[in-house]
Design a protein around this ligand. Structure first.
Ligand code: CTP
Length: 471
């Protein structure tokens, strides 16, 4: 891309607010530039999620220039400047040029030193593509070939990768995640440093690791997880993959090791169909549940493997054990309860035969919840498509049959939840029960019976059966 074209693109994208913040800082006698991810995203033709500003002014000076500010991280030089639009405020992080001191624990610099020199600030950033700054009057400041690397789709550290990763070990995961998001490759010197420093990822918090893992899984190349494995990083945050990657399946249904199969499966989800079924935030949630499920659905196979006399591998009990392993893994990585619940449920039900009758289907809908239950069909299809093609059509037809059972359950509005039960708490109280734990248990027992047989969802029948005795 030519310099003029780059600057045209940035001028067009730069929001009024960012321009006025930079102008106000300039009027007070300091430098200011938009920097980092926002510059990168504009050059990639994407809308940045936020606009960060870097400046020669110290935090206290920024606070004097602007009326509405928040002390976001004064000790690290960051003040959020608020710009008002009608009743709403938008925040812009303004950070003083800084040189990070030595990192205490691969997470936090022990100290940061403020500097008046933009180049020193850019030098301490992670990758060349993230180390560009822009001001309409000065143009693009690209000291390390970020633009060229963007054009070549190359992830390369600024300066010495060993130093950059030594400052923050999470950057190793960021390199792999950016490569997956931007359909890029990683510079060999940068990749080699990741291999050498991989063990230092152990010092990074589970929350930060989770964020990078999810960003990779949500990218168009989730199977790049293999780079986490090959570089030695995943050993420290998902050690279960070590066995998975080398466990052969020894079975005609399969053509990959367990780990390779799970990674192939992350790429086989039918996202076009998913986008028709779920929109906006719901789509993103569904995609996240699905990608994580495919990453982990067979995780218990290495420990469940047996070989019969014919030399064929079997993995009895792996969905159930897998469900428990998924809980441990996702809890360890500090995932939220809803995600843990969904990925556990989808793992438990991913195997072939489980939903072949309506009774089991209603129980599964009850457990997974109506909103995201249909995700199980996406899991099953992706699972089959990542296996050998042995009896593939038969397996896909089987899933089609399961979808039909599901349609029937929905069409007949069969009861799968307490809210669909013909009896509610008020009915039980009218029938003479006292509010409390027992009442809840009676409703649960009724539901269990109705899940087995929808014809039993009859108020008269249920009240007679469960409330005719002394209560
Ligand atoms: N940065 C860095 N090292 C990190 C994190 C961030 O050098 N471990 C720098 C990079 O210059 C980055 C900028 O800080 O561009 C902003 O960081 P952040 O908002 O976390 O990331 P983005 O690059 O904006 O990308 P994304 O939002 O996709 O994480």
């Amino acid at each position: 891309m030519t310099q003029t074209r780059v600057e045209e693109q940035l001028n067009k994208a730069l929001p009024e607010d960012a321009i006025s913040i930079m102008e106000q800082i300039n009027a007070a006698g300091y430098e200011a530039f938009v920097v980092g991810g926002c510059v990168r995203d504009v050059l990639l033709g994407k809308a940045p999620s936020d606009w960060d500003i870097t400046t020669s002014a110290k935090p206290q000076e920024i606070k004097k220039i602007f009326r509405h500010t928040i002390d976001t991280g004064i000790q690290h030089g960051t003040v959020t400047v608020l710009k008002k639009h009608g009743e709403k405020y938008t925040g812009y992080e303004v950070t003083t040029y800084r040189i990070d001191g030595e990192y205490e624990d691969a997470r936090h610099p022990k100290e940061v030193t403020f500097t008046g020199d933009l180049s020193k600030d850019l030098e301490r950033r992670d990758f060349t593509i993230n180390a560009m700054a822009y001001h309409p009057k000065s143009g693009l400041i690209d000291l390390f070939g970020g633009c060229e690397d963007l054009d070549a789709s190359l992830i390369r550290c600024v300066g010495d990768p060993m130093e950059r990763f030594g400052e923050d070990a999470l950057r190793m995961m960021r390199a792999i995640r950016f490569a997956a998001q931007l359909d890029a490759t990683i510079d060999p010197v940068t990749m080699e440093a990741i291999r050498v420093l991989a063990p230092t990822i152990a010092k990074v918090s589970a929350e930060r690791i989770q964020t990078e893992l999810v960003k990779l899984m949500m990218s168009d190349r989730p199977a790049d997880f293999i780079l986490f494995y090959q570089s030695g990083l995943s050993k420290y945050f998902l050690p279960e993959y070590e066995d998975a990657m080398v466990t052969e399946q020894d079975n005609p249904h399969h053509c990959y090791t367990v780990g390779e199969h799970m990674l192939h499966a992350t790429m086989k989800l039918n996202l076009e169909a998913l986008a028709r079924e779920y929109q906006g935030e719901e789509f993103l949630k569904a995609k996240r549940y699905l990608r994580l499920t495919m990453l982990l659905h067979d995780i218990a196979k290495p420990r469940n493997k047996t070989i019969d006399e014919a030399g064929i591998g079997h993995f009895k009990g792996h969905p159930q054990d897998g469900k428990n392993m998924v809980r441990d893994i996702l809890q360890r990585l500090k995932f939220d309860n809803e995600t843990i619940h969904m990925v556990m449920g989808l793992t438990q039900y991913h195997d072939r035969e489980i939903l072949s009758e309506d009774k089991a289907m209603r129980r599964a809908i009850h457990q997974l919840g109506e909103q995201y239950f249909p995700l199980i069909f996406y899991v099953k299809e992706a699972d089959v498509l990542a296996q050998s093609d042995y009896r593939r059509q038969e397996k896909l037809d089987f899933i089609k049959g399961e979808r039909e059972i599901y349609q029937l359950v929905r069409q007949e509005a069969q009861c799968v939840n307490l809210k669909d039960l013909a009896v509610n708490g008020a009915d039980l109280i009218t029938a003479g029960m006292k509010p409390g734990k027992l009442l809840g248990e009676v409703l649960q027992n009724m539901l269990q019976e109705v899940l087995d047989d929808p014809k039993k969802n009859d108020k008269e029948y249920l009240l007679k059966k469960y409330c005719s005795k002394d209560i």
